[in-house]
Design a protein around this ligand. Sequence first.
Ligand SMILES: Nc1ncnc2c1ncn2[C@@H]1O[C@H](COP(=O)(O)OP(=O)(O)OP(=O)(O)O)[C@@H](O)[C@H]1O
Length: 353
Amino acid sequence: MGKVAVGLSGGVDSSVTAGILHRQGYTVEGVTLWLMKGKGQCCSEGMVDAADICEQLGIPHHIVDSRDLFQKYIVDYVVSGYEVGVTPLPCSQCNRMVKFGPMLQWAKAELGIDQIATGHYARIRYNDQTGRYELLRAVDRHKDQSYFLYDLTQEMLAGTLFPLGEMTKGETRQIAAEMQLSTAKKPESQDLCLIEAHGSMKTFLDKYIEQREGEIVDLDGKVLGHHTGIHHYTIGQRKGLGIAAPEPLYVVKLDNVMNRVVVSTRDRAGQSECTVQRMNWLALPGITSPIRAEVQVRYRSGAVPVTVIPLEGDRLKLVFEEPQFGITPGQAAVLYDGDRVLGGGIIEHPEAA
Ligand SMILES: Nc1ncnc2c1ncn2[C@@H]1O[C@H](COP(=O)(O)OP(=O)(O)OP(=O)(O)O)[C@@H](O)[C@H]1O
């Protein structure tokens, strides 16, 4: 058995990942990335819980100060997106720029270990016909995190193990209990660590973005109300608009130039196409002519049929079979062929199309 550096957040999933690999005979070292500046409670608690797990398993534990990377690639990225009416997806960017890339580099340079493992729910397999590493959905569909992992490179997939990809969350908890891991009963963390650390996205953003009040208008430009700053809104949002209307209204556009939130009734909120940038191909090297696939445009939405049309550079046009609701610039559009991730990219602002 080889050596592996396991990314430990202090949660039950990564604890079990380390436990399983240790039990299988790997030489395991725990690595915790210190992510958030300030005395974030989740980071300090996570570091201590991760250290405790390593103590329990009798393996070394390392803390890597990654606060500058996290500030640059996540905090600054998220804030600058919201400022211009985009709702960035921090998790996929964090995985590529803060977690997998730097962790592989650090493990190689400092420990001489060229393999890492995390507690993500997804699967990786090598396809000898194409010569490419493929990313697949987790067996536990409800926990599947492949959407957040589409932006990993071939090198990152080649150097990574996801032992939980074949398991259900129930099995993970059972193993944690059997191994008597100190994190066995820890509650699920929220999907977004920035929210967990700050209480809400609004609290986090208000630290960085000045409140600029403006108008809420309908698609015809009629003023229906006022907003407290476009960064407080997201596409598809229905609640909290403060407008009394006969039919429910949804946010369909955040216009940073006019400082307006545009809303519409659901029947006019659908979109039949969008464009995508910064496309990262995984199962395929790329496409030169249109293909049919399925696309997922949000973490919690289902995959829907789409025609994928290559544009110049790393851009694509997506034409949906049925109009889609809540297409949000800044979120990822991840292409699937069944369980297999073909690749993914970032949904562009309609003005960029
Ligand atoms: N600060 C960190 N340092 C090192 N690895 C991390 C860190 N945060 C997350 N990871 C790795 O990424 C995986 C997925 O992280 P995610 O934030 O989705 O947590 P999770 O699914 O709740 O897992 P866990 O129960 O381990 O916290 C974790 O299981 C862990 O292996």
